[in-house]
Design a protein around this ligand. Structure first.
Ligand SMILES: NC(=O)c1ccc[n+]([C@@H]2O[C@H](COP(=O)([O-])OP(=O)(O)OC[C@H]3O[C@@H](n4cnc5c(N)ncnc54)[C@H](O)[C@@H]3O)[C@@H](O)[C@H]2O)c1
Length: 448
């Protein structure tokens, strides 16, 4: 089949490369001409495990093509996936302008039947308004087309595996023709298919992401209760997660969720619900807990350093919003670093792949260390903010010797409190017993 992808970012590029790997002819389009030039040269502009290799193979096999002209995409393909960004506007509403631009350009150009598929995350009822927009840009020409919703559930850091072995594929369709095309396209994946109406498909995506965000906030709220009662969050969430009705996934307490999806999707869902007349209080609480968790971590750092960060040197390990990606959009690390800098701390940072992206935002306000040890040299404390696997294997004795004082604030519960105590660290995780903290956390502990 001949497919086009509009918007070749984290979702679009992975989608395009994977469909090419499945044997389709794919043209990936993006309005960013530099990105397209890099892709044409066989260089993946993002870090995603396995992506570079698949890009090279499929370029070589001439199944993958790139263009920065939307007209090329429309002329090339019968099925067009729209994978452009749908960021949040300042009030939380979903910004659909890139979707609308894409639809307008497709409709103006198309001469023969097209199946236009929303893969970007959009509020329920978006397809209905895009349909009207498409008709407007057809300007009376009788060109047949279908709109469909095929929300993407891949998760950055394991996007290729998620695309190739999805838990489910949701197809929101309103014609036999659209349904048949999409079923045929996805058949090789042999994954459970849910074929539904377009509104339900659109809603499934927002509902799923908001639910996962809710699980994270629930774990974070529990972590606070653990710290106040002496219970251990690892044991509590393990005990919960063993119940198959609950499951272990997304019950890790930490510094809160970030990334390009959960923050904007919860905000967008709240706004969308508001527009329908429903006050989504549950999700508002999820957002509040998430923000409070970041603030609480900074509070912990301040408290551990006697309330004053002015002139203190802090090492921050991990910048991406989660491991195995270079994506720093809405990364908790960046918000935390901004607070530390505002308090007058000197910050040195290390991340295995996200330093370049972080530097675009943080500039020269921090020192970019060559490795985790260099970041810790003469630091008053080390803060772990992303749970990169390599951090688990650090030589902790070497790290301790480099620090001015052996203070570890572990925002992702990478280490075990008892082991860190044995090694002589003053250690604080999230929702775990606080070991050797000085001064002791008393009333202040309950402040945030
Ligand atoms: N990143 C994820 O993990 C993920 C997972 C599931 C769903 N989604 C959803 O998928 C969509 C895309 O997310 P992403 O992370 O890939 O975003 P992204 O910012 O990485 O990629 C979007 C791409 O679209 C391009 N673009 C924007 N407007 C365009 C236009 N008019 N014409 C052509 N190209 C245009 C941009 O240059 C960019 O390369 C969003 O709706 C997001 O919510 C993201």
């Amino acid at each position: 089949m001949k497919l086009a992808i509009i918007g070749s970012g984290y979702v679009g590029l992975v989608t395009g490369v994977c469909f090419a790997e499945l044997g389709h002819q794919v043209l990936c389009m993006d309005h960013d001409a530099d990105k397209i030039a890099r892709l044409q040269a066989g260089v993946a502009p993002i870090h995603e495990p396995g992506l570079q290799a698949l890009l090279e193979v499929n370029l070589r096999q001439q199944r993958l093509h790139f263009s920065h002209q939307i007209e090329d995409a429309v002329d090339f393909a019968e099925v067009i996936f729209i994978c452009v960004g749908t960021p949040a506007l300042p009030d939380g509403q979903v910004d659909l302008r890139a979707m609308e631009t894409a639809i307008a350009a497709i409709a103006s150009r198309m001469q023969s039947y097209k199946l236009i598929v929303e893969k970007s995350t959009v509020p329920v009822q978006t397809a209905a308004s895009l349909q009207m927009l498409a008709h407007k840009h057809l300007e009376g020409r009788a060109v047949p087309f279908d709109l469909a919703s095929n929300p993407e559930f891949l998760s950055e850091g394991r996007a290729i595996a998620d695309f190739m072995q999805p838990d489910r594929i949701v197809l929101g369709v309103e014609s036999e023709r659209a349904s048949a095309l999409l079923v045929k396209l996805y058949a090789p994946l042999n994954a459970p298919l849910l074929i539904t109406d377009i509104n339900s498909a659109e809603l499934i995506k927002h509902a799923s992401n908001a639910f996962l965000a809710m699980k994270i906030s629930y774990a974070n709220a529990l972590a606070r209760i653990c710290e106040l009662t002496g219970a251990d969050i690892h044991k509590v969430t393990r005990g919960m997660g063993l119940d198959h009705r609950i499951g272990q996934a997304f019950l890790q307490a930490g510094v809160g969720y970030g990334g390009s999806c959960f923050p904007k999707d919860t905000a967008g869902f709240i706004k969308m619900a508001e527009a329908t007349g429903y006050d989504f209080q549950l999700l508002k609480a999820v957002q509040e807990i998430n923000q409070a968790q970041q603030d609480y971590f900074v509070h912990k750092v301040r408290t551990a350093l006697a309330g004053d960060l002015k002139g203190k040197s802090l090492a921050v390990l991990g910048l991406s919003f989660k491991p195995n990606t270079d994506d720093v959009r809405e990364a908790p690390a960046l918000a935390i670093i901004r607070c530390l800098l505002a308090d007058g701390a000197h910050v040195s940072v290390y991340d295995p792949v996200a330093m370049t992206n972080a530097a675009r935002i943080l500039g020269d306000s921090v020192v970019y260390a060559a490795d985790p040890y260099a970041a810790c040299e003469q630091a008053d404390a080390v803060l772990f903010v992303t749970e990169w696997e390599l951090f688990r294997y650090l030589d902790l004795s070497r790290l301790k010797a480099l620090l001015k004082q052996p203070l570890v604030l572990d925002g992702r519960n990478i280490f075990e409190a008892a082991k860190m105590q044995q090694l002589g660290f003053v250690y604080q995780g999230i929702g775990q017993k606080i070991v050797s903290i000085h001064p002791p956390l008393g009333k202040e502990h309950e402040m945030v």
